[in-house]
Design a protein around this ligand. Sequence first.
Ligand code: PMP
Length: 374
Amino acid sequence: WSHAYAARAQQRPTPPPGADAADAVMINANEHPLGPSVGARQAITDIAAKGGRYLGGLQNELVEVYAAQLGVRVDHLMGYAGSTEPLDYTMLAFTSPTASLVTADPTFESGWRAATRNGATVHKLPLRADHSHDVEAMCAKDPKAGVIYICNPNNPTGSVTLRRDLEYALANKPKGGVLVVDEAYIHFSESAVSAIDMVAAGEDVVVLRTFSKLYGMAGIRLGFAVARPELLERLKFYSVNSLPVTAAAAGLASLRDTELVPKRRRETARIRTDVMGWLAAKGYSCTASESNCFMVDVKRPASGFIADMAAQRVFVGRAWPIWPNASRITIGTAEEMERFKAAFERVEASATATATAQAVPEQAGPWQRFFEVA
Ligand code: PMP
């Protein structure tokens, strides 16, 4: 317990040295390079003077507008300062020492930590060869599972789990458990189908949404749990809190901008296709991503690659223990990805020279044979 507590004593990990340099390229945390939309920024400015009040009316307006867009009733939505909170609360509510968490690996691990703190067993099942969730294996793993967690598109791979697999998971999950679908990145994908309609149909499904990704509000903080009221009650046990008025105002402005999602989705896809094509041409395999991040197999321990890139002030994402030779790359601006390419070229040229001189055997990720650029 004390170890878990100590690990959380800091709000966020300390940024690596050099990350605050003016020309640092921060493509390590799946943030949006452009930040909040112009309309959202204006809304934040306009609301600032009223920041001494809770502004319940504004918060309700946000929930009403979002509920209408999602096609659920307002009592099916609960707002938070980001989606980490409802993700963790969902784990606390539906796992226990006798109700496990079943998750893919690699995936976003915040829920693993919450479930572990709750005394639950965490069953980690590898993604399929195409990096979708192996729903058959996940549903078969533990008849007493409390949560089946599916991140769609998945962090860190950007891979999509098809609707028929979500339906399989819903039909075959343990009867007492809930299906948690984390849709943090769904706005980036053309093909991913949301599970919100399962919520509207009254199923045992919790959908998580955040404004930290495509909407560029990671620092402003807004996220939602979407579930039927009986399930939301279980999350509310842990806390019900007011939203920051800046987040509510910026969220509303973002939702009302009908161009924002398609425009940013197109731009991210364009840059992603370009950089993944560049890597493929150089012989580096990437996961087939429909999101703002992908994994690249750097053919050596990713820890060295990450450090070498940081020395060029290009801060790339981490590796997952199951794939030690892959680093997660977030899509930045086109200009930032040019910096990424230039640094990659320099860093890998010298790494290859060193490796050849020292004859270090190459370690191939088990997945790398499957992916070229989509
Ligand atoms: N879910 C997934 C899949 C994520 O990748 C993240 C952030 N990395 C979150 C939830 C939580 O983000 P936030 O609390 O900023 O909404």
